[in-house]
Design a protein around this ligand. Structure first.
Ligand code: SF4
Ligand code: SF4
Ligand code: SF4
Ligand code: FES
Length: 981
C-alpha cells in the first residue's frame, strides 16, 4: 500500500493503480468520457486531465506512485477538462429530451452537467456521413459519434472480432466496419459489445429507438425541427436550462422503464445482465456486472429475445382427441395427466413411466421433476439432455478427479500459459468464453492449440492446429501422455504427491506409440511431439473440450484421456490449469446437479446408497426406488420394447435432438400417454397426448448453474404470458393431483429444501445469490464456495486423483464404398441448438435463414457442387435434402451440418450407437452418401452473414494516430504531446 493525496486528501492505494481508479474510489467526481474500467485506458477524450507535479496528465493512463499529489480541480486541470469536453461537443448535438439515450447514464449528458459548460466555444460541425441501419439489431449515427473509441477497443480487444477501427487520418474521422463496409455486409457478429459500451447515442439498439423516451417516437422531421429549436435557444439560455428539461423527462422515464437482472437462457457460459423493459417490450439487454461476462454478450444473449413475445407462444393446454389437438382448460388437462399417470402406474408399475427434465429450465424445476418421478410416482426413470452431450465428460472427471465439473473459472482459463481446445467450436458454441481466450492470446501471449475436424475461428487463430482423423483423439492424447512420461517431461513431484495408479496407467499406454498415433490419426510425429513440448513448457495448461470429444462411442474414454494428460503434467490445483468440459445449454450442468439423472439424487448422491435414500425418505416421507432408472437412450429402447408406456417431458426437443431421429420419433409415437410441456408447439409436441404451455426464463424466478459451476439467480422480467405457467408450478400441480401436498409458493422455498438435503449445495441461499452475486459449488454451510475446484485435495476418500487406464476403441458407423463421406455436426453462433427460439428472431433469420451442409472446395469440384446446390444426404438411418455451402472450413471428404433445422434435422442421419459407459449418442460418427440434385438455389448463407466479412485486426483504438493529426493538441498546454501508456 502507498499513499497519495487527491485535492489535498490522503488516499491509500497500491503502487501501479490507475489514478482514475483511485480518484473514483475516493468518490471525487471527475470527467472521464472514454474511460470504462473493463476496457482500460483508451486516452482518446482527454477529459480526465489532472495536475500532478505541475504537469497535466491523463488520470486514466497514469499510475499512482508513493507521495503523489493529484489535483483534479486546479485551474490548469479544470481548464484542460473543459477544453477537452468542448472538443467532444463539437462532434455531438445535445438534444437529450428527444434522445432515446436520455436515461440517466449518458456519459455526455452527465459530463456536461458535471463540468457545467453553458456555451460551446468550438461549434458543432457535422460529418459527411449518413446513419447506418444495415444491421438488424443496432444502428450507427456518425453525426453523434464523439470518436471516443470505446467501441473499437471492445470489438478489437474484448470481443476480439476485430471489425471496428477509426480512420484517424481522414479529415472527418468516423468508426469503420471492416475498414469501410456497411455494418450489414461486414464481419460484425452482432455481439453488441460496441453498443453496450458506447457512452452516448451514436450506437444504439434499434429496440430502444422511438421507445425509450416520451417524445422520441415523433416523426424524424418533427424531431429535426425540435432539435433546431434547441440549438437556436442555446446561445441565449445556455445548456443548463436545456438540461433541466431533459432531466425532468429522464426522471419520468424511470417510472415506466424497468431494469431486471436475468441470466442468459442460451448457452452454458452463464452471462448475466439487466433487461430493460417497457411493458412487454424489451428495450435492451445491458450487460455490466455479470461475474462471468462483465460487458460481454453474444448475438443471442444481447439480441435474441423476440421469441418471448412470439405470436405463436402456447397459451392454452392442448389435448389430443381423434388425431387432432383441441384446446382445454388447465384443470381438464392437469386432471387428465394425473388420471392417466395413476392408471398407467396401477396397471404397469411405476417403472412404466419416465420423466425428462429440461436443461433450459431452472435448478428448482429439475429438482421438482425428479421429486415427482421418485417420491410421487416411485421410479428412477429420470434424465436430462446432458445425456446427449456432457455425460461422457462428467464420467471422465468422475474417474480421475472426483467431481463432474469444470476445475476452475473462466478467469483461470484466461490465466493459462497454454489453452488446448479439442472438439469444441468455442467461438460459436461458447462465444463469450471464447472472447477471453482470444483476448489472452492476442494481448497476453497465451499459446493456443486447437484440434478439430474443421478449421473454425479458434483453429485459424491457433498457434498449432491439428486435424486428426475423426474419432481418433483418444489415440493422440494417449500418445502425447506416453511421450511426456517417457521423456522426463511429466510432473513427477505432482504425481508422487497427488496421483494414484501411475504404473497401471503406464502399462495401458503400451500401444500408444508416436508412430502408431501418427498413422492412426493422420498427424505427423513432429506435430505430436510439438504438442507434447508445448504442454510441458507452458506455465499452466487448460484443456477445453465439448461435443467433438463427448459425442463419440468412446466419449467417456477420450474425456478420461484428457484428464489423465492433465494429471501427469500437474495441471490441476492451480489457476491457469485444469479440465473444462464446456457445458452446452444454460442449465445442463444444473439439471444433472439437481438430480435429473437416473442414478443420482441431488448433488450426485447415489440412489443405491441407503444413507442417502434414508435422508431423502425422512424429508419426503415416502419410500424411494433404489435401483438406477432408465436414461434417455434406454427410454426410447424401452418404448420400442413395450416396457415404457408413459412419458412426461418438459423444455426438450427430443424428437429432433436425439440421435437417429426417425427411430426416436417412431418410439415417441408408440407411447400410450405422452405429456410435453413447452413454450411453443415444438416438433416433439406432434407426438404428445397433452401439451402444457410453459413460461420461458424471463417469466419466472429461480437459479441456473453455468459451466463454471456458478449458481446465479434470475428474476422475473415479465408476468407469465396469459395462459402459460412457470414449469415449477405445473409440476407441483401435477404432483398434488397425484396425492402430494407440496406447498411451494416461490422457488426460494424449493432451494431451501435442496440445500438441506445436499451437502454440495449446503450453503446456497437466495440471499447469498442476490442481484449479481453468485456461488460456485461446492458451497459449504457457511456460504464458502470454490471457484477453483481442487485446492487442498481431489474428491476421493484419500484426497488423491486417479490415473485411469484406457484401451483403444474404433469409431462406429465408419465410411465405406456406399456411405463414403464423414458427416460432422454441431452448433452455429447465431442459432441455438435446433433453433426453436432463435428462428423466432427476425434479425437472426435475416442473417442466417436456414441450415446447410458445408462441403470442401475439393469435394465440390469433384462432384460439381456450388454454394446453393441442393444435395440429398443418405445415411444408414435416414435421408434429407439440404443446400450446400462450399467452404474451406472443411476438408476432403468431411462434411459439416449445423444442427439448427426443423425441416432437415441432421439427426435423421445419425445412428443409435452410443458411448458404452454413458449411452451418449455417437452423433459425431456418421457416414453418408451424397447425391447432387438438379436444383441450384441461392447460397444458404446470404451475403450479409458475418462469415463473408473481412475483419481489420489492429491493436486497439491506436490513439497515437489521432495524436499525430496536425489539428490535435493536448488540451491545456497548447502543445502537441504524444503520451503513450
Ligand atoms: S462484432 Fe459487431 S457488434 Fe460486436 S463489437 Fe464488433 S462491431 Fe460491435
Ligand atoms: S460509436 Fe464508438 S467512437 Fe463513437 S461515441 Fe460510440 S463508442 Fe465512441
Ligand atoms: S448464449 Fe452464451 S455466450 Fe451468448 S450471451 Fe448467452 S450465455 Fe453468453
Ligand atoms: S478518460 Fe482518460 S483520456 Fe478519456
Amino acid at each position: 500500500m502507498i499513499r497519495v493525496t487527491i485535492d489535498g486528501v490522503v488516499q491509500e492505494t497500491t503502487s501501479g493503480e490507475r489514478l482514475i481508479d483511485v480518484i473514483n474510489r475516493a468518490g471525487v467526481k471527475i470527467s472521464q468520457v472514454c474511460y470504462h474500467p473493463q476496457l482500460g485506458p483508451i486516452q482518446t477524450c482527454d477529459t480526465c486531465m489532472v495536475e500532478t507535479n505541475g504537469q497535466l496528465v491523463r488520470a486514466c493512463a497514469t499510475t499512482a506512485s508513493a507521495g503523489m499529489e493529484i489535483f483534479t480541480k486546479s485551474e490548469k486541470a479544470a481548464a484542460a477538462q473543459r477544453e477537452a469536453f468542448d472538443r467532444i461537443l463539437s462532434n455531438h448535438v445535445l438534444y437529450c429530451t428527444v434522445c432515446d439515450n436520455n436515461n440517466g447514464n449518458c456519459a455526455i449528458h452527465n459530463t456536461e452537467r458535471l463540468l457545467g459548460i453553458e456555451h460551446q466555444p468550438i461549434p458543432y460541425h457535422s460529418k459527411p456521413y449518413e446513419e447506418d441501419h444495415t444491421n438488424p439489431f443496432y444502428r450507427y449515427d456518425p453525426q453523434q459519434c464523439i470518436l471516443c473509441g470505446r467501441c473499437v477497443e471492445a470489438c478489437q480487444n474484448v470481443q476480439v472480432n476485430e471489425t471496428l477501427s477509426i480512420n484517424w487520418e481522414d479529415p472527418h474521422p468516423r468508426v469503420l466496419w471492416d475498414g469501410g463496409s456497411t455494418i450489414g455486409e461486414s464481419s460484425c457478429v452482432s455481439c453488441g459489445h460496441c453498443v453496450t459500451v458506447c457512452p452516448c447515442n451514436a450506437l444504439m439498439e434499434k429496440s430502444m429507438l422511438g421507445h425509450a423516451g416520451f417524445l422520441t417516437a415523433l416523426p424524424k422531421t418533427t424531431l429535426g425541427g425540435m432539435i433546431d429549436v434547441v440549438k437556436g435557444v442555446e446561445p441565449e439560455t445556455g445548456y443548463g436550462a436545456i438540461l433541466k428539461l431533459s432531466e425532468a423527462e429522464s426522471h419520468m422515464r424511470e417510472l415506466r422503464i424497468r431494469r431486471t437482472k436475468t441470466v442468459c437462457t442460451y448457452c452454458g457460459v452463464g452471462c448475466s445482465f439487466d433487461v430493460w423493459t417497457k411493458d412487454r417490450h424489451i428495450l435492451k439487454v445491458e450487460p455490466l456486472d455479470g461475474p462471468t461476462n462483465g460487458i460481454s454478450t453474444c448475438i443471442k444473449g444481447k439480441f435474441g429475445w423476440d421469441f418471448v413475445n412470439g405470436p405463436d407462444r402456447l397459451t392454452k393446454p392442448l389435448i389430443r382427441e381423434g388425431g387432432k389437438f383441441r384446446e382445454a382448460s388447465w384443470d381438464e388437462a392437469l386432471d387428465l395427466v394425473a388420471r392417466k399417470f395413476r392408471e398407467i402406474k396401477a396397471k404397469n408399475g411405476p417403472d412404466s413411466l419416465a420423466f425428462v427434465s429440461s436443461s433450459k429450465c431452472t435448478n428448482e424445476e429439475s429438482y421438482l421433476m425428479q421429486k415427482l418421478a421418485r417420491a410421487v410416482i416411485g421410479t428412477n426413470n429420470m434424465d436430462n439432455c446432458s445425456r446427449y452431450c456432457q455425460a461422457p465428460a462428467t464420467q471422465g472427471l468422475f474417474r480421475t478427479v472426483g467431481y463432474g465439473g469444470d476445475s476452475g473459472s473462466i478467469r483461470d482459463i484466461e490465466n493459462a500459459g497454454l489453452v488446448l481446445i479439442i472438439g469444441s467450436n468455442t467461438a460459436e458454441s461458447h462465444p463469450v468464453l471464447a472472447t477471453r481466450v482470444k483476448r489472452a492470446h492476442k494481448l497476453h501471449g497465451q499459446k493456443l492449440i486447437v484440434s478439430d475436424l474443421r478449421e473454425h475461428e479458434m483453429a485459424k487463430r491457433a498457434d498449432l492446429f491439428l486435424h486428426p482423423k475423426p474419432g481418433t483423439d483418444i489415440v493422440w492424447l494417449s500418445a502425447v501422455s506416453r511421450y511426456l512420461l517417457e521423456n522426463g517431461m511429466a510432473n513427477t513431484k505432482f504425481l508422487d504427491q497427488w496421483v494414484n495408479g501411475l504404473e497401471e496407467y503406464k502399462k495401458s499406454l503400451a500401444p500408444f506409440t508416436m508412430e502408431f498415433a501418427a498413422r492412426t490419426c493422420g498427424l505427423s510425429e513432429d506435430t505430436l511431439k510439438k504438442v507434447a513440448h508445448m504442454i510441458a513448457e507452458a506455465g499452466g495448461v487448460c484443456v477445453l473440450w465439448a461435443m467433438g470429444i463427448t459425442q463419440h462411442s468412446m466419449g467417456s474414454d477420450a474425456s478420461t484421456a484428457i484428464s489423465n494428460l492433465l494429471l501427469i503434467t500437474g495441471n490441476y490445483m492451480k489457476t491457469g490449469s485444469g479440465a473444462y468440459p464446456l457445458r452446452g445449454h444454460n442449465n445442463v450442468q444444473g439439471a444433472s446437479d439437481h438430480g435429473a439423472m437416473p442414478n443420482f439424487l441431488t448433488g450426485y448422491q447415489s440412489v443405491d446408497d441407503p444413507e442417502v435414500r434414508s435422508r431423502f425418505k425422512a424429508a419426503w416421507n415416502v419410500q424411494l426406488p433404489s435401483t438406477k432408472g432408465l436414461d434417455n437412450h434406454e427410454m426410447i429402447d424401452a418404448i420400442h420394447q413395450g416396457k415404457l408406456k408413459a412419458m412426461y417431458l418438459f423444455g426438450e426437443e427430443m424428437s429432433l435432438v436425439d440421435s437417429n431421429a426417425n427411430f426416436v420419433s417412431d418410439g415417441l409415437s408408440k407411447l400410450d400417454f405422452f405429456v410435453v410441456q413447452d413454450i411453443f408447439f415444438s416438433a416433439t409436441c406432434r407426438f404428445a397426448d397433452v401439451v402444457l404451455p410453459a413460461s420461458p426464463s424471463l417469466e419466472k424466478e429461480g437459479t441456473f448453474t453455468s459451466t463454471e459451476r456458478r449458481i446465479q439467480r434470475l428474476y422475473q422480467v415479465f408476468e407469465p404470458l396469459e395462459g402459460s405457467r412457470p414449469d415449477w408450478r405445473i409440476i407441483q400441480d401435477i404432483a398434488n393431483r397425484l396425492g402430494a401436498t407440496w406447498q411451494y409458493q416461490h422457488p426460494s422455498e424449493i432451494y431451501r429444501e435442496i440445500a438441506s438435503l445436499t451437502p454440495l449445495f449446503a450453503g446456497v441461499t437466495y440471499e447469498r445469490l442476490e442481484g449479481f452475486k453468485s456461488l460456485q459449488w461446492p458451497v459449504a454451510a457457511d456460504g464458502t464456495d470454490q471457484p477453483l475446484l481442487y485446492t487442498k485435495e481431489f474428491a476421493f476418500p484419500d484426497g488423491k486423483a486417479r490415473l485411469f487406464p484406457l484401451s483403444l476403441t474404433e469409431p462406429t458407423d465408419q465410411p465405406n464404398a456406399e456411405f463414403d463421406l464423414h458427416l460432422n455436426n454441431g452448433r452455429l453462433l447465431e442459432h441455438f441448438h435446433e433453433g426453436n427460439m432463435t428462428y423466432r428472431s427476425e434479425g437472426i433469420r435475416e442473417k442466417t435463414p436456414d441450415t446447410f451442409v458445408e462441403v470442401s472446395p475439393e469435394l465440390a469440384e469433384e462432384r460439381g457442387i456450388q454454394s446453393g446446390t441442393w444435395v440429398q444426404l443418405t445415411s444408414r438411418y435416414g435421408q434429407l435434402r439440404v443446400r450446400a455451402l462450399v467452404t474451406d472450413r472443411v476438408q476432403g471428404k468431411e462434411l459439416y451440418m449445423p444442427m439448427n433445422s426443423v425441416e432437415s434435422p441432421v439427426n435423421r442421419l445419425t445412428s443409435s450407437h452410443t458411448d458404452s459407459v454413458t449411452h451418449t449418442p455417437a452423433y459425431k460418427e456418421a457416414s453418408v452418401h451424397l447425391r447432387v440434385l438438379p436444383e441450384v438455389g441461392e447460397s444458404p448463407l446470404p451475403r450479409i452473414n458475418h462469415r463473408f466479412g473481412h475483419p481489420t485486426p489492429q491493436h486497439g483504438v491506436e490513439v497515437e494516430r489521432k495524436w499525430k493529426r496536425p489539428d490535435y493538441r493536448m488540451p491545456g498546454n497548447g502543445l502537441v504531446q504524444i503520451q503513450t501508456n
